[in-house]
Write a protein that binds this ligand. Structure first.
Ligand SMILES: [Fe+2]
Length: 412
């Protein structure tokens, strides 16, 4: 126990100094370095926190197992919450495999730890190769403990619960990794891996790539990333650079080539209208196609400042739907990609009238460009089947449909 905790092990407090934890999250085989407290109400409306266990080395294992089952909620002192977080990180596999801990709690723990490592990843100094490698290893360590859980259909309820929330890069990245793991697990025939161990290793690496697929966004200006409205054409071109940035930032890590390609090509469309290279069909690696489907699915089912979230059913109907305005949409998309400037035809003269005219023309051009962006977004939502591999999209729908938490009846 830390010196700043009362050695008598008793506190009177309004509750703000203690946090509740689930006693089942304590692994009897792994020593704790934090104290556990029970909470009782006192007459003056405060609480008395009494130390139940200073650390788990002071008690026989069988006795500890009995107590952990008997206790309901226990508390830890806030000064030791970092010790507890580290403990959970090192015992994540134990928690996720525990039969008596419910899935909601498992998901909460997993999301909390994953968010922490992904947030850290977005803040490291990429100029340091060592720091970058450490970051990837941290994520690998976390995912390797969680892979059996996140690749199981039973865990999909956790992803389903997150649908409809605000779009947020960290959560989005975690969901993409999670759904990628589940997809690979349910569609192993698609991937060239054989033994159980290599399948597991493959799923871990793919999940790491899913967690980091948008890491290149750290290089995109904040006012473009966080823009509350729709992006104009120039901003759209700038944001497209994130796939190359992601690959470049991870270049010196030991992430295998196929997972680097998954990241680089996760915005390629089946018909060649995607980026960065405009690859078509068989030229797009399968992992990148899967990542693309999951990426769009999650983006559509998340809420944006300028549009509400779609339900999983609506999102998949759009993704699988043929677009009746495909030609017009492609024209707008090509325009956005090339970021062409429509020439100003006014004769430039150095007088007031001409200046006014030029200003008005520029305004009109900007208004027109913005209208086209909006039209492109509207048209895109009429059907996106040209963006995806039909077989893979069907497999994705079948995969998540295996969970009761996604109501997709009538879609297939
Ligand atoms: Fe992306």
């Amino acid at each position: 126990m830390r010196d700043d905790l009362d050695s008598a092990g008793e506190y009177f407090d309004d509750g703000s100094l203690f946090v509740p934890i689930d006693p089942l999250s304590i692994n009897p085989d792994y020593l704790t370095d934090f104290a556990l407290f029970e909470r009782n109400e006192t007459k003056d409306g405060k609480y008395r926190f009494r130390c139940l266990l200073k650390d788990s080395s002071s008690i026989p294992k069988q006795r500890l197992i009995g107590l952990l089952r008997a206790w309901d909620t226990v508390y830890i002192h806030k000064n030791q919450s970092q010790n507890y977080t580290e403990y959970v990180k090192n015992n994540l596999e134990f928690i996720l495999k525990h039969d008596e801990i419910d899935n909601r709690k498992k998901t909460e723990t997993l999301i909390q730890l994953s968010t922490e490592v992904v947030k850290e990843a977005f803040q490291i100094n990429f100029a340091s190769g060592r720091e970058c490698q450490n970051m990837v290893e941290n994520i690998q360590h976390l995912i390797s403990q969680a892979i059996d859980y996140i690749s199981s259909i039973a865990s999909l309820g956790g992803v389903a619960d997150l649908a409809g929330h605000d779009y947020e890069t960290h959560t989005h990245s975690i969901k993409v990794g999670w759904l990628t793991a589940t997809f690979i697990n349910c569609n192993q025939d698609l991937f060239p891996v054989s033994t159980k161990q290599t399948v597991k290793e493959f799923m871990i690496q793919a999940t790491v790539a899913g967690f980091l697929h948008d890491i290149g966004k750290v290089k995109i200006p904040k006012n473009v990333i966080n823009k509350p409205g729709k992006l104009n054409n120039l901003e759209y071109v700038i944001i497209q650079a994130h796939t190359a940035y992601s690959t470049s930032l991870l270049f010196e890590t030991r992430l295998p080539r196929s997972f680097m390609q998954m990241i680089l090509y996760h915005h390629e469309n089946e018909d060649g209208s995607g980026y960065p290279r405009g690859l078509r069909r068989d030229h797009i690696p399968v992992l990148a196609k899967v990542c693309h489907i999951i990426d769009v699915f999650d983006a559509l089912t998340s809420r944006r400042p300028y549009k509400p979230a779609k339900t999983p059913f609506e999102a998949l109907r759009i993704m699988a739907g043929e677009n009746p305005y495909l030609e017009t949409l492609q024209k707008f998309e090509a325009e956005a990609r090339e970021n062409k400037r429509v020439p100003v035809t006014a004769i430039v003269r150095d007088d007031y009238e001409a200046k006014l005219k030029r200003l008005r023309e520029r305004e009109m051009l900007e208004e027109e460009a913005q209208k086209r962006v909006e039209a492109r977004m509207r048209l895109r939502d009429k059907g996106m089947s040209h963006c995806f591999d039909k077989d893979l999209l069907k497999r994705f729908i079948l995969t998540i449909n295996r969970s009761d938490n996604f109501d997709l009846s009538g879609l297939l």
